[in-house]
Ligand binder design. Structure first.
Ligand SMILES: C[S@@+](CC[C@H](N)C(=O)[O-])C[C@H]1O[C@@H](n2cnc3c(N)ncnc32)[C@H](O)[C@@H]1O
Length: 245
């Protein structure tokens, strides 16, 4: 296991209880929705109809998405590197298969899924060269990879000195990539060209890139994330949708 995965696993094991206390209820209330501002899947249609499909949620946390997709007929597996997060998942997903593993080393056979997805899950915390290659291996030809993660714009405009989100650029574009965040995790924040490169190198065609802004009345429990006023004007998150050739 790589050192960043070990680091992130320790973070999530320590943080799982307070994370679920802060966000679990909101996530369970709107389980089929993307990002901190919970933009409904019914509006975006990123995954579409999952009835009968084999779906892997990569970094499922308490598995709110997985439970809701299983109720819509998907054959879902929830996977997470954090044992503590999976204990929360087990409480809400009594019968769902849950797997304790890292997004960089997936214990499944080639072509065993139709859809691999996450909402701020493993693809934010893994080396994309490794995790995207693993996703490609697991997906059947024509299978869908969809993942929501933080938009680089958010990091570029974060003012560290004033500890707040701004409208100005504060770091160089070249500082994007692997980033050790003050919150305690090690994340990968790639610019669009780098995502396209790694997806294409692993046999994916990019089908869509959905940039998420907060709706007029949207609110969030992620209070240390982009404030609503900022997130209404600029995309704080994006969803990549790619198809295995
Ligand atoms: C921000 S939570 C998101 C989970 C869920 N979608 C939610 O909204 O609560 C990120 C999750 O990714 C998991 N994670 C982090 N690194 C991972 C890795 N290398 N492999 C699998 N899961 C990972 C964490 O344990 C955590 O449960």
């Amino acid at each position: 296991m790589s050192s960043h995965v070990r680091h992130n696993r320790a973070f999530w094991d320590a943080d799982a209880d307070s994370y679920q206390a802060a966000h679990g209820e909101q996530l369970a209330r709107s389980p089929l929705a993307w990002g901190a501002y919970r933009v409904p899947e019914s509006e975006l249609q990123v995954l579409g109809d999952v009835d009968g499909l084999r779906v892997l949620e990569l970094g499922c946390g308490a598995a709110q998405w997985s439970v809701a997709l299983a109720e819509r007929g998907a054959r879902v597996v929830g996977l997470d590197v954090s044992h503590a997060q999976l204990l929360h998942a087990r409480r809400s997903a009594a019968t769902l298969p849950l797997v304790h593993a890292s997004g960089e080393q997936l214990p499944f056979a080639d072509s065993s899924f139709d859809v691999v997805f996450c909402d701020h899950g493993a693809l934010s915390f893994c080396d994309p060269d490794v995790s995207v290659s693993e996703c490609a291996r697991l997906l059947r030809p024509g299978g869908l990879l969809a993942f929501c993660c933080t938009h680089p714009m958010l990091y570029l405009t974060w003012d560290d000195a004033r500890d707040q989100q701004t409208r100005k650029l504060h770091i160089d574009y070249s500082q994007l990539g692997q980033m050790a965040l003050d919150e305690g995790t090690i994340d990968w924040v790639l610019p669009p060209g780098a995502w396209i490169k790694v997806l294409r190198a692993n046999g994916f065609e990019v089908e869509d890139l959905v940039e998420l802004c907060a709706g007029e009345d949207a609110s969030t429990t992620y209070l240390d994330f982009a404030p609503p006023k900022w997130a209404r004007r600029w995309p704080a998150e994006w969803i990549w949708k790619a198809r295995r050739r």
